[in-house]
Design a protein around this ligand. Structure first.
Ligand code: GRF
Length: 213
């Protein structure tokens, strides 16, 4: 069975990228990472790709005056790479509706909260502010609305008394690194599909739930 061709988009450290690289080394993994693209030249994830022998490129968003021009250039690059699946891993760009529509159903993202709670930024501080006792991360399909696409999988962690945003971020990141490889594998293998705006797992509506410690 041909392994699904995965393109990973990053902006920073690439710890999620690293977990996907490590998972793809398993012989029966349903995907291979064929390319990594960063929108920042200083993204450490580019070094991770280089170290793993994976092709990479930087498309510096600062080189584009108009947001739509960046999207157009990125789409041109993506269409040369011909990925089966585009995985956003710490990619901090909001793409336009036209770009998202072009790849809908084969582009996914990981967000550091239990969506639909806390879309957007500063999720850990907002979770503490709201006084929730359960927090976590979500892998979802990318749609035009920010952090609104159908959920593929979630992993939860407890919020402990006295937690700082950094304490919570570290606890969630451990679960991100468990959740993302499982979700990318499920999508790459065809187990998880987007059908009429809903995630179907093994033919039934629903997704993946991981209970973090
Ligand atoms: C992670 O918390 C991820 O949820 C968010 O960006 C953070 C950094 O990710 N989207 P990485 O270490 O660059 O993969």
């Amino acid at each position: 069975m041909r392994r699904a061709r995965v393109l990973v988009l990053i902006s920073g450290g690439g710890s999620n990228l690293q977990t996907l690289i490590d998972a793809a080394r398993q012989p029966n993994c349903a995907y291979e990472i064929v390319h990594v693209i960063a929108n920042r030249p200083d993204a450490f994830g580019l070094k991770r790709a280089e170290h793993a022998g994976i092709a990479s490129a930087c498309l510096d968003h600062k080189a584009f005056q108009v947001r739509a021009d960046f999207d157009t250039a990125l789409a041109a690059l993506i269409d040369q790479i011909t990925p089966d699946l585009i995985v956003l891993a710490g990619f901090m760009r909001i793409m336009g509706a036209e770009f998202v529509a072009r790849y809908e159903g084969r582009m996914i993202n990981i967000h550091p909260s239990l969506l639909p709670n806390f879309p957007g930024l500063h999720t850990h501080a907002r979770a503490l502010e709201a006084g929730v006792t359960l927090h976590g991360c979500t892998v979802h399909w990318v749609t035009a609305g920010v952090d609104e696409g159908a959920i593929i999988g979630q992993a939860c962690v407890p919020v402990l008394p006295g937690d700082s945003p950094d304490d919570l971020a570290a606890r969630v990141l451990v679960q991100e690194h468990r959740l993302y490889p499982v979700c990318v594998e499920a999508v790459a293998s065809g187990r998880a599909r987007l059908v009429n705006g809903r995630t179907y797992l093994d033919g039934k509506p629903g997704g993946i739930a991981l209970m973090g410690i």
